[in-house]
Design a binder for this molecule. Sequence first.
Ligand SMILES: [Zn+2]
Length: 706
Amino acid sequence: MTVSSAANAQPEILRGEGLPNFEAITPEAVSEHIPALMQALESELGDLEQSLGQRLEQNQTLSWNDVMAPLQRLGERLRWSWGVVSHLNGVCNSPELRDAHASQQASVVQFGNRAGQSQVIYRALQQLEAGRSGLDGTQQRILDAELRDMKLRGVGLSGASKEAFNSASQSLAELSTRFGNHVLDATNHWTLRLTHAAEVEGLPESLLGQLAQAARQAGDEDASAEQGPWLMGLDMPRYVPFMKYSRRRDLREKVYKAHVSRASGQDGSDLNNWPLIEEILTLRRQQAERLGFANWAELSIASKMADSEQAVESLLEDLRGAAYPIAQQELQALASCAQAHGAPEATELQPWDISYWAEILRQESFELDSEALRPWFPLPQVLDGLFALSERLFGIRIEAADGEAPIWHPDVRFFRILEQGQPVAGFYLDPYSRPGSKRGGAWMDECLVRSKGTDGSVVLPVAYLICNQSAPVGETPSLMTFDEVETLFHEFGHGLQHMLTSVEHPQAAGINGVEWDAVELPSQFMENWCYDRATLMGMARHWQTGEALPESEFSKLLAARTFMGGSATLRQVHFALVDLRLHSQWTPESGVTPEALRREIATTTSVLAPIDEDAFLCSFGHIFAGGYAAGYYSYKWAEVLSADAFGAFEDVGLENEDQIRETGRRFRNTVLSLGGSLDPKQVFEAFRGRQPSSDALIRHSGLVAV
Ligand SMILES: [Zn+2]
């Protein structure tokens, strides 16, 4: 250990390696040291560009170590420092840290853009590409991905086409923001003030509380959950439960119509996304053409696991064909349920009746009360179950190592993963919600990425696993809902891919370099085990009595998984197909509007035709204001992979211990180990012995006719 005086010690935030000492990463340290780091990186990038430029001019041959290694080192310094700051911003937020983070973000983004659009680096990479025979397979894939990403940023363009490309990129960014703002404004502007108890009949207590609070904020100072007035709105926390529970069919219709017509100008307001949709699609098509693609769908798929639009279409058609008849049966079952209740709408159910009758049918069919199951899922027991499963499948050991690493909050735990007694990875678990200082949701993030130094030493990967479940109270441990158990398994699956990687080039280690439509494979794969009898019953024991989960509750969990599964699948297929075809088939000259194209697709992907007011495209933010353009299909694509991977375990028999272990080791040595070092189709085939099939997902989603 070296001892250095405080005065000349490197500030912790710039250390760039090892486990961070979180306490030292303060808002002041961010404001003080990040600008210096960015300046240093900018100037080192400049030096690298200069030396590469000179060597290119002199026709010298460049090696991996001349180009990729220094770029990786620059990137890693930024990733380490900014990664810790972003991490703390998510789990230990404060107004000071948020401000410090926001004030530096632009320069971080700018650095990424500059490196990603550098002409000199692009030419150096092209030279490496020309001599690629000297590179190993992993290096070639890293290089291919780097060149492709730079090409998609327009680095290969010059002159007028470059100018047009940059200006269209700018316009697209602005149009996306305007699209999103229109949806937000249209959502917020619409309200419905309810004043009579009859108008809120059926609504649960928690929703009434929300509606009363909204009314108070809008000026009804005395509004209460019991007495009203209640203010209804179109945001999801109010919309979803209202459509589920409101017994007033006329109000459901009103709310539904307002929701599906948001930002379409139907209310006479200027919040109208129709012209923006055509503009965005047209610009994207032109951008794709400038980069040498036929259309935006082809451009999007160029960086994904799917080979072609046809491959995506064919997978979606498999799912559609299986889901459609089941969705028809489900609609019939809802109609029968309405009939049994003497509801007049039974003979002609409308879209605003679906959630309502589905909820009634769900309660009558299996009365699953997710809150009531909590006592069977205390966190320590769930962790034991998850770790035992991972040990059994993948031949690892997971040990608590609290106190061996600095943490950012007393609730955070640290674990090590060992293999044959040797440490191979570590992870932090931050399980509980902390309203006000911790972002909602659950995620896995990288703390340290596996890599091998020039001296042969290996950096072991370390993951952050973040959940948001309820904290222990007194002697009562954190008691989880089944959803929370699934979420923990999901994030742990991402963590396993990060931690069990055997790749030593960090650009392709763990989740790095894994195609977007394949990255949810290990996470969704782990979720499947929550429905495995041995795994679930092994961990579900009442925390006080030790009593096993009743068999009837297990059956309900299985039934709930596939309830309305046909309709849910069909809905996702509809979105995915609309997204894909708008980005491949539609042009201003095609003679149809985007809406007409969507309605045409709906004839085979919707059991209830969209009503006249339905302008869903105007609020389809995923593809017009987010990053999912011609990529919405990825949800289903990855689900096919994860279900099919789990199918390998079902094939050998979930009770066949030897075969399960062997299949688990193979999953580990392929999907978990190879990360982004190999084409995901080859990785999948190495595990499954064949290309993916949608059969397992169709079966798991309950889409096989009985
Ligand atoms: Zn995920």
